[in-house]
Design a protein around this ligand. Sequence first.
Ligand code: SAM
Length: 284
Amino acid sequence: MPAPPSGTKLAAGLYLVATPIGNLEDITLRALRVLREVTLIACEDTRHTHKLLAHYEIAKRMLSYHEHNEQERAIELIALLKQGASIALVSDAGTPVLSDPGHRLVAECIAHGIPVVPVPGPSAAVAALGAAGLASDEFLFLGFLPSRVGERRRALAGLRAETRTMVFYEAPHRLADTLADAAELLGVRPAVVARELTKLHEEFARGTLAELAARYRERAPRGEITLLIGPCDEAVAQTAAAETPLATRVEQLQAQGLDRKSALKQAARERGLNRREAYKQLLT
Ligand code: SAM
């Protein structure tokens, strides 16, 4: 249900309001109006959101909603929404719910028949993807990789045959290690480190994974980072795919949306097998 036009009372519901990822000018007129008109604003950090509200001279009741109180707060907010409140959910930056708290509340609203209204705007992943210059017709958003080394390496190894551009959020102190692991496990691929987007020191560093790993190993970066890893070339993808067991490869391709027959056909082609040989291999 879209927000009603200006001057009309805001309908009850949860409004997912995207806020700036650095530059305070990156907020929509609709977002500002919704923030002005809602009953209250649920935010990750009330002090952080207060700065945004103060900048736009918006005085509004705020309630904290973060990963540590999500469960109790969701119950409280659902009760208010059922009484007819309009509530804006904002995170510290960008689009709420994307690698940010909010999923639980959205799911609860849907379960209770409460409208959930997107008020779109900035997101670091999309801003970075647009300017990165990597293939973007299809992309895979993966949020934060696991922080434990073993889990992170396993996650990266599972992406070896991935042919879409991948978008990650990463902490600056882990960037060099992640790039080095990615260079080792994903092979030669173009990558982009998008740092401090929309801020004074905005920077795009481009190179292969290994080049970027060396650069950030020498000098650790500061600020907020979105990492993009481009597709490997077709030959590398085929070698990686060919090294994956046939049954696993078929599952991977099905997970990418192919039906079983087409997945088997493609997996067979990658290995230079005809379909009969591939079937036989699958059965053994
Ligand atoms: N929901 C947010 C969004 O839509 O962009 C992302 C929230 S996530 C908790 C925060 C991560 O996003 C940061 O650790 C960083 O990896 C990335 N990020 C946020 N702001 C950024 C910026 N200005 N430049 C680059 N990356 C940014």
